[in-house]
Design a protein around this ligand. Structure first.
Ligand code: AMP
Length: 208
């Protein structure tokens, strides 16, 4: 399965990707996770990306495209991949199509997890992540329910940055919905439901 997860920040892409990874072992390629790891490690990429991430703006296309195309060449992606948070611009989608065409590994689906903006603001400002395993929870989780690790709030999950991330999504990323509709890969799933119910629809859409 080669899939792209589309949807606003906080729509539940990471949660659904984690469920697919747990059940099917598919490679999970999350550009947000890759960038946060680079920031934490203090690499040149991390230093370059941090200012964009803190403001809720997009990291420039050339940086992100190079990162993802390299990652797709790693062996674990040979048996399928879930792209989470990429592509986010038409230029990224075009570069991805060109690369996948070259290596004859076409996409099977682009799943849009659809959630209304006001629900997203509430979700993201109360979102907490596990420092140890990356579990995505909420302010109600004092410790990680999966591994007992410490929960923290992402720097960009404050209301002001969240609102900018939503504006950026509308302007730069939402046009990809039509892009993938045009290539008949788009499947829209209502993301404003319990994550397990959403997951059942995700599997149905993928024929799993
Ligand atoms: P996410 O974890 O997917 O919400 O991403 C967090 C931040 O990383 C975004 O707000 C952007 O600053 C940056 N980022 C992640 N993926 C991309 C991408 N495909 N293109 C540009 N910037 C990205």
């Amino acid at each position: 399965m080669n899939i792209v997860l589309l949807g606003a920040p906080g729509a539940g892409k990471g949660t659904q990707a984690a469920k697919l990874v747990e059940e099917f072992g598919t490679a999970h390629i999350s550009t947000g996770d890759m960038l946060r790891a680079a920031v934490k490690a203090g690499t040149d990429l991390g230093k370059q990306a941090k200012k964009y991430m803190d403001a809720g703006d997009l990291v420039p296309d050339d940086v992100i495209i190079g990162l993802v195309l390299d990652r797709l060449q790693e062996p674990d992606a040979d048996n399928g991949f879930i792209l989470d948070g990429f592509p986010r611009t038409t230029a990224q989608a075009v570069a991805l199509d060109a690369e996948l065409g070259k290596v004859q590994r076409p996409l099977d689906a682009a799943l849009l997890i659809d959630v209304q903006p006001e629900v997203i603001v509430k979700r993201l400002t109360s979102r907490r992540m596990c420092k140890e395993c990356g579990y995505i929870g909420s302010v109600a989780d004092e410790k990680c329910p999966k591994c007992g690790g410490e929960m923290y709030q992402r720097d960009d999950d404050n209301e002001e940055t969240v609102r900018n991330r939503l504006d950026v999504y509308q302007k730069s990323t939402a046009p990809l919905i039509d892009y993938y509709r045009g290539s008949e890969l788009l499947v829209t799933i209502d993301g404003d439901r319990d994550p397990n119910v959403v997951y059942a629809d995700v599997k149905k859409a993928l024929g799993l």
